[in-house]
Ligand binder design. Structure first.
Ligand SMILES: [Zn+2]
Length: 145
């Protein structure tokens, strides 16, 4: 999957146009290396979006991941950036949990940013309406130039 397609998919989840589990169905067909890369990308975008530790309880609830699962336990240990990085190195069977938690964190932080800093206007392509196929087509075309 190209990096722009991955970014579009991740941001479609963040905006609520694609379910995190549906996106996982797509991601899970990739190689393990690409899956870990995709998870690192979600983490990077979540951190850019301004995730804070107080987002964790809501994110865990939204993710549907059981609080006893390894990824959920790690993310509650503090030093969020460090723990998110650790989650990308967990065994393969834990990566789905990491994906769901990181996307939940991103969507919470990104919704906050869309409602505050980006409220009046912004130039971020990922804050355009990614539920609109025409918008997505224009983003893909711009990337090809
Ligand atoms: Zn924006």
């Amino acid at each position: 999957m190209s990096s722009i397609e991955l970014d579009i998919l991740i941001n479609q989840v963040a905006q609520g146009h694609v379910g995190a589990l549906n996106a996982w169905s797509e991601i899970s067909t990739l190689s393990m290396e690409e899956i870990r890369g995709a998870l690192r990308r979600v983490n990077a975008l979540a951190q850019q979006a301004g995730i804070v530790e107080s987002d964790i309880p809501e994110a865990l609830m939204k993710s549907g991941v059981k609080p006893t699962r390894t990824a959920a336990v790690l993310v509650q240990k503090g030093s969020l950036g460090v723990q998110l990085a650790r989650i990308t190195t967990l065994p393969n069977a834990d990566l789905r949990d990491g994906w769901l938690i990181s996307l939940a964190l991103l969507s919470i932080a990104d919704a906050r940013r869309r409602a505050t800093k980006c409220k009046e206007s912004c130039l971020h392509w990922w804050h355009r309406d990614l539920g609109n196929p025409d918008v997505v087509r224009v983003i893909r075309e711009a990337e090809r130039r």
